[in-house]
Design a protein around this ligand. Structure first.
Ligand code: NAI
Ligand code: MHF
Length: 286
């Protein structure tokens, strides 16, 4: 078990409360323009579109006045020189936060088979961003065994600054996982990953494609025959956020904020946030 090297409150203060995840595909620019200047966005990285697409999108988003966190997939980075090159590129744009994922590529392109290997090289780099985030999976992962994920998370915790949870549709698994991690000694700030406002059909197909865990069943139930006629065709995370409320803003054993998977559907998500009583849209001091 790793001890954590961070003062929790100090680390939490560095992490803005609400993050918006964007996909670097058609529609991203329009989506970004629907956010307030200074909002924090993260940009995904897929084997299909490659690292370059993510970096170009990140650069465009900085120009558009947003605070940007690119996802860097370890399996798409060739070697140390490639890593240093991309870090230099981030420094040049004033990007000081990155999210390190293993990446869904079947085989690593180079020397980094998983996120941990990249984090280890980052540790020694003078170009390391101030903040580095890593993912976690409250409902497990469809290809990776839970003990392995846990072991890696514990090793990563000493090398990272914050954690973001995988897309989840129910509060209970998130809260239980958070409690479990706190008991195991996780001291990093954690962002709760939630879907934004999005067509239920699209959300369901993405969740099934990504192999998102048991809480997708609740989405399926809601998308069932009855709901098709009686319920809204658009998913809104109201119930989820309501159930998470008591844990939000709790750096020790709760969540420092939300990470909203927007799938580039920003306008309805923003409207929803503006209707909430809790000012989740306002960036926290950092
Ligand atoms: N593209 C993106 O923006 C995002 C992608 N993800 C995806 O979630 C998955 C996990 O990523 P990380 O948590 O960073 O994991 P990771 O790459 O750090 O791997 C965790 C552990 O699982 C093993 N592992 C990785 N892929 C595996 C596979 N397909 N089968 C069996 N074992 C495997 C690794 O060797 C390592 O020990 C990846 O597929 C990642 O791409 C998660 C969040 C965002
Ligand atoms: N395992 C895993 N891989 C990921 O890439 C990932 C996660 N989990 N969890 C959270 C988010 C969700 N991600 C997503 C979600 C949807 C698309 C997506 O719709 N991509 C398509 C558009 C639809 C299509 O034509 O297939 C694309 O063109 O990239 C991509 C990444 C990225 N993140």
């Amino acid at each position: 078990m790793n001890d954590f090297h961070h003062d929790v409150l100090a680390a939490a203060a560095l992490v803005p409360a609400t993050r918006f995840e964007l996909l670097p595909i058609t529609g991203m620019q329009k989506a970004a323009q629907q956010l307030p200047v200074g909002a924090l966005v993260t940009v995904t990285c897929s084997p299909r579109h490659g690292l370059e697409r993510t970096l170009e999108a990140a650069e465009w988003l900085v120009e558009a006045g947003l605070r940007v966190v690119p996802h860097v997939a370890a399996r798409l980075v060739r070697d140390r020189a490639h890593l240093e090159d991309l870090l230099r590129r981030l420094v040049a744009r004033g990007i000081d936060d990155m999210f390190v994922v293993g990446g869904d590529a079947q085989r690593p392109l180079g020397i980094y088979p998983h996120g941990l290997a990249l984090l280890e090289d980052l540790k020694d780099s003078t170009l390391r961003p101030t903040r580095v985030g890593v993912p976690a999976y409250p409902e497990g992962h469809h290809h990776i065994e839970t003990p392995r994920l846990q072991q890696d998370l514990e090793a990563k915790a000493a090398l990272a600054d914050y954690v973001v949870t995988q897309l989840c549709f129910e509060a209970q698994p998130l809260l239980e996982w958070r409690e479990w991690q706190a008991r195991l000694g996780l001291r990093l700030p954690v962002h709760a990953g939630i879907p934004g406002v999005i067509k239920r059909k699209r959300l369901l197909s993405i969740a099934l494609r990504l192999g998102i865990g048991p809480s997708v069943k609740s989405l399926q139930r809601q998308s069932g025959k009855m709901r098709r006629w009686l319920g809204p065709s658009t998913y809104r995370p109201d119930a989820l956020v309501e159930d998470l409320t008591s844990a939000l803003g709790e750096p020790d054993n709760g969540f420092v904020g939300l990470h909203i998977y927007t799938f580039n559907q920003v306008a309805p998500t923003r409207a929803w946030l503006e209707e909430l009583e809790t000012p989740l849209l306002a960036p926290s001091p950092c």
